[in-house]
Ligand binder design. Sequence first.
Ligand code: NDP
Ligand code: MG
Length: 392
Amino acid sequence: MRRITVLGATGSIGDSTLDVIKRHPERYAVHALTAHRQVDKLAALCREFRPAHAVMGTAEAAAALQALLRADGIKTEVGYGEAALEAVATDAAVDAVMAAIVGAAGLRPSLAAARAGKRVLLANKEALVMSGRIFMDAVREHGATLLPIDSEHNAIFQCLPADDPRYRAGVAKVVLTASGGPFRTRDPDSLHDITPDEACAHPNWVMGRKISVDSATMMNKGLEVIEAHWLFGAPAERIEVLIHPQSIVHSMVSYADGSVLAQLGNPDMRTPIAYGMAYPERIDAGVSPLNLATAGALSFETPDLVRFPCLGLAFDALRAGGLAPAVLNAANEVAVEAFLQGRIRFTDIARVVAGVLERAPGGNADTLEAVLSADQDARRRAGELLENRSSC
Ligand code: NDP
Ligand code: MG
């Protein structure tokens, strides 16, 4: 029986993870569930899964959850804040941690799970974008098992040969596919009028609001390029992005001898989640089998960097290296939040990120302190650009 902590249990990845867990009660038990604000939803999940621990974002939210659970006679221990998140990610009783908090907030607990040598199921791509070197070093040094949950990286992981460097030498490129989001064919001149609800209406996936906006700007693919760099040791020039609107081919690996291996499936996050949970075995994920005879034509095209400037900015940050990816990520989080609150236009997101990235500090991303300080600095500068929108 494997005991799992689900960080970000009330989110979209949390939902899919708990659905897979439910299908295999003989294999998996829930050790801890965490949320930020959604007290009622976490209470319902605690009633269903009876975890030993639950964690909320604040003392007030934790007290509210505690009261609901006590009223039902549920003995789940309730905590709050960063220390409690790290505790449930590192507890000796835990085998695997699903890292599915959104944004930079997921960095510390995800890294703590790696440092505790856990099986880390990494959905929180922002953690790797911010601190790829630190994260990958922690995985190696502490004997953690890192399994990518992002569907593209999970696909690449499935298409790569074993860790033996002799075989890795034959890899020519990793190819990340992207749906192109809801605005792939929309007139670029009309992009400034887009509403948050339109941006969050993804054609193929149902996801949290932040990643949905990132998919619409293609910053999501940009973050994934940086994520692929760290996970697979690929330099920018060996990472290609291809738009594939049907989201059936989840990504590919191209080899020196001309072979291309791809992983296919219906677009459903339960596939990569189940793969990560059971690896190296395979288990039922509740996903309907892919029927290629009825799926229709599969098409591929090169992304237009004028329509999707965020993708180009992410490649720039990867090439610049050091703290630039952490700066890119922080500026993007601030800009996306402002867009979701109706404070800036959709097209301002790339302008804010570019403006902050232009003045990114030099320096290495070798310590968590340096990364977190660059993150805070970039948030402050993004905030200034937002206040003075005439400058962005
Ligand atoms: P959601 O917004 O649906 O869920 C986010 C989760 O994180 C919720 O449980 C939320 O709690 C919690 N949370 C939010 N802010 C904080 C915080 N400051 N501290 C602690 N917990 C917090 O996001 P998704 O599930 O869509 O995405 C989660 C991660 O997985 C992201 O990094 C995303 O990029 C990645 N991912 C998601 C995919 C998807 O299909 N959804 C695909 C690939 C990667 P509460 O509900 O209480 O606010
Ligand atoms: Mg993805």
